[in-house]
Design a protein around this ligand. Sequence first.
Ligand SMILES: [Zn+2]
Length: 255
Amino acid sequence: MSVKLVDAHIHLSDPDFDKDLPYIINFLKNSNMVLFSNSMDLDSSMKNLELYESLQGKLFPFVGIHPWSAQSENLESFEIFLNKEKSLINGIGEIGLDKKYAQDEEGYKRQIFVFEKQLEFAERFEKPVSIHSRGSQKDVIDILSSFKLKGVLLHWFSGDYHQLKRAMDKGYYVSFGPTIIYSKKSKDLAKRALKDLILTETDGPVRYACFDNKPALPTFLPSVVFALSFVLELSFYETAELVLKNSSSYMNMKI
Ligand SMILES: [Zn+2]
């Protein structure tokens, strides 16, 4: 039985992947794996669309301005790009909030402004969103509540149980990456999440201790699915099928 694995949050346009890109593209073309490739700024958004040209059906491009880039990026240029390319774009991400990346209160206000603008775009163009919410789960969920969005993913969810419950009540998806292999907190959160709202990811090229601190590749994904299957008390294949079904619902299209 062939089973499709979904990496719901990776950054294939990150320069860390550049030297291995020909191998990764070749691997993906011959594998039954799909990626939702997220962006950090306008440049990486454009690069994701370029990658899509050689990976149609495998790579689903998400474009967006990450909280890391909120201060430096020009929202007007991003909106022009989005308007022009909206038919090729599958989602808006990675967007969100993170106080660690804000130098001061003004910086955080700018993040909120950039985040809300992009949620407006997602609402207008009916695209799902992939959200960074580290340390800001409360603010993120408060803000999301005032938008009518097609699909919401709180990627690498790391909030508390109360925040998880709020997210579940609102029908937001949460994704788990390689930390599910070794982190008790990730395992506990996955256990308490609604099965129908769980996705898998690598967030590559983030580095994880369990993989010798090498940049996470799409090839690490089966290990994530395997670790999640223990938590959910399902087989590997049942877990992959569940995640595939959830991913299609999140994207509002058959993956
Ligand atoms: Zn990311």
